[in-house]
Design a protein around this ligand. Structure first.
Ligand code: MLT
Ligand code: ZN
Length: 462
């Protein structure tokens, strides 16, 4: 915990109004979207990179552990101050500084809200394609620190692909200004890439140059009800071979039931499937729409789709997407045990069936909900907490279940965290996806960037 003296020194760096240790503020700012409990010493809001650097330098001198905080939408506990750390929120460093139309880049501070960057890009006639349900509250610095993925990875890749330059304050308190928009830059190790997805364990993202791209034309979705998992994967193969897609998402009938019931939404089509796919593409001209319809009809003829609907307006496009994007927040009331897994796309069918078998054998009373980004190999497994169990007992039993699931995952060379990061919640499972040598090298890199071990200690590994 911070002494009064250190607290006053920190206040002198940022101003009295930009630091707090008021109890309600501590519990709000000290955590992310997980159910982990915050135990923060104080929250500080630097206003610029110089103040941020001064805070990190003081933290080095006084050996104060820091937790970087952005939009607090994370699902792995990466932004949770669980051990009396000082939370450093980048919320106030939120200006969009500079747009370059020729390079198609925009410089923004870490605290810019993802949706604001998307809107800014649109004002310039361009597009920032990394997108997910929490884009209205997540911050670009957090997106970079977690290498956020989302619903359009199939076409556009993850955040890493859109970072053209980074300005960071390292854990040692130095400022590194890296790359500055170059597309080609083969000058040794790419240090910038180490900070992307490092979950704040190496330093703070203070500012980023983000790439933009051309705006997609007339995005359209086709929602299909499919009879089985194997049919779903055949539909995926069929559409991928037949046309260019911008997203291919899926969710189960149970997920659809929860969303439509809780939010009082219409079911999208008459037939009931075991799963539903949401296939997005750019309907640039009539020929593309005809092609999508032809593929849809072939799926119906082959019995791998039962029914479907194609969006005919922007409103319908949005309401179909809502059925997918609301799943996570609707399920929150069942306090689900969440996994965010990936295996090579070709092995997903086999893997999902094995996971279902493990759960039905070891915990048949648990309801399992699948959804996610099946087009890029990333599925979200949510196990719902039964009312009669308390959260601690439920989590404990799910952890035992997880070990079994991860043994199978490892045999597919899968990832224990495809897009949500390791944080606190997944670090016990890191060894299923990373070798001892890889983990030792990661620790060595941390030592270089953060010699006093003040940056987000205990996250990713102990
Ligand atoms: C999603 O795809 O909806 C997000 O990753 C959130 C979640 O997994 O619950
Ligand atoms: Zn996701």
């Amino acid at each position: 915990m911070l002494s009064d003296e250190i607290y006053q020194q920190l206040a002198a760096l940022v101003g009295d109004k930009k630091i707090t240790r008021e109890a309600t503020e501590l519990s709000y700012w000290g955590k992310d979207s997980t159910s982990l409990i915050a135990n923060a010493a104080a929250i500080i809001f630097p206003q610029n990179i110089e103040q941020l650097q001064a805070v990190v330098q003081l933290a080095n001198r006084e050996k104060i552990a820091l937790v970087p905080s952005a939009g607090r939408t994370g699902l792995s506990g990466g932004a949770v101050a669980a051990q009396g750390e000082l939370v450093v929120s980048l919320r106030d460093m939120n200006s969009i500084k500079q747009f370059n139309a020729v390079d198609r880049t925009v410089v923004c501070e870490a605290g810019v809200i993802t949706a604001d960057l998307q809107a800014y890009a649109e004002q310039q006639g361009l597009y920032y394609p990394v997108d997910f349900a929490s884009s209205g509250s997540s911050l670009i610095g957090g997106n970079i620190s977690t290498n956020a993925g989302g619903i359009k990875v199939l076409k556009y890749g993850m955040t890493r692909q859109w970072v053209a330059g980074l300005k960071v304050v390292t854990g040692a308190g130095d400022i590194l200004d890296m790359n500055k928009s170059l597309l080609k830059n083969n000058t040794g190790y790419d240090l910038q890439q180490l900070l992307i997805g490092a979950e704040g364990t190496l330093g703070f993202i203070a500012e980023a140059t983000m790439r933009l791209t051309r705006s997609p034309e007339n995005l359209t979705v086709l929602l299909l009800a499919v009879p089985s998992l194997s049919a779903l994967l055949q539909v995926l193969a069929h559409f991928q071979a037949g046309m260019e897609l911008t997203a291919f998402e899926f969710f189960s009938e149970q997920a659809l039931q929860k969303v439509t019931t809780q939010l009082q939404l219409q079911r999208p089509c008459d037939e009931v499937g075991q799963y539903y796919t949401l296939i997005e593409f750019e309907a640039k001209d009539e020929a593309i729409v005809d092609q999508a319809m032809a593929l849809f009809e072939q799926c119906l003829e082959q019995g791998i789709a039962l029914d479907g609907v194609m969006s005919q307006s922007q409103a319908q496009y949005q309401s179909l997407w809502r059925l997918r994007e609301e799943i996570s927040s609707v399920l929150a009331q069942w306090q689900p045990f969440k996994h965010d897994l990936s295996v090579p796309p070709s092995q997903q069918g086999e893997f999902l069936l094995e996971v279902e078998k493990i759960i039905s054998e070891l915990a048949p009373q648990y309801q399992v909900i699948w959804y996610g980004h099946i087009g890029d190999g990333n599925v979200h497994l949510n196990i719902l907490k039964p009312d009669e169990l308390n959260k601690t007992d439920f989590d404990l039993s799910c952890k035992l279940l997880s070990e079994e699931i991860f043994k199978h995952l490892a045999s597919y060379q899968g990832s224990v965290s495809a897009e949500h990061g390791i944080g606190l919640l997944k670090k016990d499972y890191l060894h299923y996806s990373r070798s001892d040598l890889e983990i030792a090298l990661m620790k060595g890199i941390k030592q270089q960037f953060d010699p006093n071990g003040i940056m987000n200690p205990g996250k990713i590994f102990s």
